[in-house]
Write a protein that binds this ligand. Structure first.
Ligand SMILES: O=C(O)CCC(=O)C(=O)O
Length: 288
């Protein structure tokens, strides 16, 4: 019977699990939700199939992880202001896609989102997969000396490369999404480079190629090279999983301890997703 207890089936040895035994269109008890949250703590991204739910149900489920996150720059849906639509039509001329680079959502915010909840409304028969990387494993597999070095560093994050006015031309390539870039994106936010998971106590690297723009105390060039090295390690194939979408599939990820990448390999096909986010806390470092 759905929603009595869940089955958690890891999809790789590093990150991700399929969850069976859940029907989100029906009531999900607090007990089962606790099991779902525990699976998220352990696997960082969890996948569900055949979940035919409404926008309001999606928003309500996301709120069980926390209050809605603040969504800057991207227009939300008129039907439900907690949802953004990620859509690429078959006839779009460009091959640029939303989320088509490794990142964690809005890491440049003071309190970046905790959970991202993505549901597929319509997907191509093949192509348009999403990749995920485990930032806890990335930290734990650093060479000892480097791990000690990063422990108390501060990373600098900004939305400049995606949402500042100079990038409006890029966002306008998303013909069927409304993204409004502003100078607010240029604000630089300080975050611990290593953050501590509030439930498991494990440490994760908090860095990504899009929004990490420097390291406190390093020159711009030095910081850029250091960040590049960390990302190269974190995004190694062995530290990732890949999710193949079907209609009504759901992925729920802990945005604080993962990165993700939307693959851009479905030109000429339509892909339509609904995304909701639950608010997170200001990243807590080791010394806190
Ligand atoms: O469409 C996807 O698979 C992921 C989109 C994405 O990167 C995001 O929602 O941040």
């Amino acid at each position: 019977m759905a929603n009595d207890s869940i089955r958690v089936l890891p999809v790789t040895g590093t990150i991700g699990a399929d969850i069976e035994g859940v029907d989100f269109s029906q009531d999900v008890s607090d007990e089962v939700f606790t099991q779902i949250r525990a699976a998220l703590v352990e696997h960082l991204v969890i996948f569900f199939r055949d979940q035919d739910i409404s926008l309001d149900q999606q928003a309500a489920l996301t709120r069980r992880f926390g209050p809605p996150a603040n969504i800057p720059f991207i227009e939300t849906m008129s039907e439900n202001s907690e949802v953004i639509e990620i859509v690429k039509e078959a006839d779009e001329k460009t091959r640029f896609v939303f989320g088509g680079a490794w990142h964690s959502d809005f890491s440049f915010q003071k309190e970046p989102p905790y959970v991202t909840f993505l549901r597929a409304k319509e997907v191509p028969a093949f192509g348009g997969d999403t990749l995920y990387a485990n930032m806890i494993n990335a930290y734990e597999t650093l060479p000892d000396a480097l791990r000690d070095k990063v422990d108390n560093m501060v990373g600098l994050h900004s939305g400049d490369r995606a949402y500042s006015p100079k990038m409006q031309g890029l966002q306008d390539l998303l013909e069927n999404m409304q993204v409004n870039n502003t100078e607010e994106a240029q604000v630089v936010q300080r975050h611990p480079l290593v953050r501590v998971h509030p439930e498991s106590g494990r440490r994760g690297l908090f860095v990504n190629p899009v929004y990490s723009v420097g390291i406190e105390g390093m020159s711009a060039e030095e910081g850029e090279a250091f960040i590049e090295g960390l990302n190269k390690h974190a995004l190694h194939e062995a530290n990732t999983c890949r999710f193949r979408w079907r209609q009504n599939s759901i992925a729920i990820w802990d945005n604080r301890f993962t990165q993700h990448y939307a693959l851009n390999d479905y030109a000429g096909k339509r892909r339509h997703m609904y995304r909701t986010t639950a608010a997170g806390e200001a990243p807590v470092g080791i010394g806190a």
